[in-house]
Design a protein around this ligand. Sequence first.
Ligand code: HEC
Ligand code: HEC
Length: 418
Amino acid sequence: MKTVTSWMKRTVNLALAVGASATASLVLAGCGDIYLPPPIGGATGTPLTEYAEPIEGPSLEGPLAILRSAVSPVPEVVNTNAAKVTLGRRLFHDPILSGDGTISCASCHSLDRGGADGRVSSLGIHNQVGGINSPTVLNARFNFVQFWDGRAANLAEQAGGPIGNPSEMGSSLDAAVTALNASPAYPGLFRAAYTDGVTAANLRDAIAAYEETLVTPSRFDRFLKGDTHALTADERAGAELFVSTGCITCHQGVNVGGTSYQRMGAVRNYFADRGTPLTEADNGRFNQTHNEADRHFFKVPTLRNVGLTAPYLHDGSRTTLDETVRVMARYQLGRTLDDAQVTHLVAFLNALTGEIPAAARLPEGELPPRPVAPVAPAMGAAVARPGVGVGAPAVARPGVPAARPAAPAVRPAAPAAH
Ligand code: HEC
Ligand code: HEC
């Protein structure tokens, strides 16, 4: 039986093994420490089965063998607390948690948009444009920390943020608890899941319990478990390149990411070349630590379902995977890829699209009809792009006022991201 611990060890050994090759020693030089992920299991501990033993299949050599040892298949989720998960599912989709009843978690993390929102940066209550791209909630439980800058340790801690953020849901946990207590359905649903009924802690816990079920097995997982033919020849070629060009040094672990902070621009200055003004969100991890060495470091995002979550990067500045892969090669690895390599890598990335469990979707009619959210601009339209259109994107730091001159914000002093 493989255990989480042995996987962690394998992950690190891999980084060293790849680092020993000529290509990737360059990467590691710019990479900083390889962080170990904490034991998976999440805040509320919705249990997982241990990683399945690989099914029988031809043994692999070279890059694909390295890939199989660096990335673990998603484990199966064992849902042992249906009352919590069902409550969390409803809360996640319910705009009752927002100040004016228009925004839910699902507004920015839609299951129909790969767990994200398809925008450069999110649109919150009163059409306020946030300062950073919405990451997917799918498989978020496997990230070693939450948020681009890691400011929440786990999903339950994270879930309190957006509710109280004036520019996202524009409410507070206290106000949410009051609204839930006043609603016909929620007091009973909470009591069914928690002895102490509606509390802020239970609200966060239920949402986290639901998010822990958002695990998406894909063809890539079948490949990892030994079914070599689960990937097409192009996807396998991309998988080999993913290892041989060095992507794997940063994007590893069960989420093909989510195990470390790395500098955006590890080997070349991304921000100088981007051609748009620096934003506070661009500081990344620095905003939390105020340590100069952490400037422009971000949690390496998961690549699972990345085919569904355009636009890309924390600044939402890249609209296609082709473009994003070229940016990664250039700024993280100091390489220029040819068109065929890009095509193969993108084919591989698209094979990381998994299946959202059917039970994750809110059954039709479960929520009473509510006022419709404000009409949202189409993907990529009229949203803040660094230095373009709606004005400089705002900050990603709680409590710091955002400079958002042209945004139609009702509360211009609101912080931008939870
Ligand atoms: C207005 C849009 C918006 C709403 C509403 C919203 N989020 Fe988010 N969410 C974001 C953005 C933007 C980020 C990234 C912020 C950052 O990293 O600074 C994020 C980050 C996250 C993350 C971290 C994922 C990762 O990989 O780091 C999780 C989990 C999450 N949100 C869950 C929720 C939940 C649960 C709710 C409802 C209680 C919610 N979100 C409401 C936009 C939103
Ligand atoms: C030095 C570490 C490092 C290496 C090497 C690296 N990445 Fe990344 N990758 C990151 C970081 C950090 C981000 C987030 C950067 C940001 O948002 O500004 C990222 C983001 C991405 C994204 C965007 C994900 C999203 O949801 O927005 C894709 C796609 C990606 N990487 C693919 C690759 C591929 C393919 C390679 C190899 C060619 C690669 N990466 C190599 C660290 C790395």
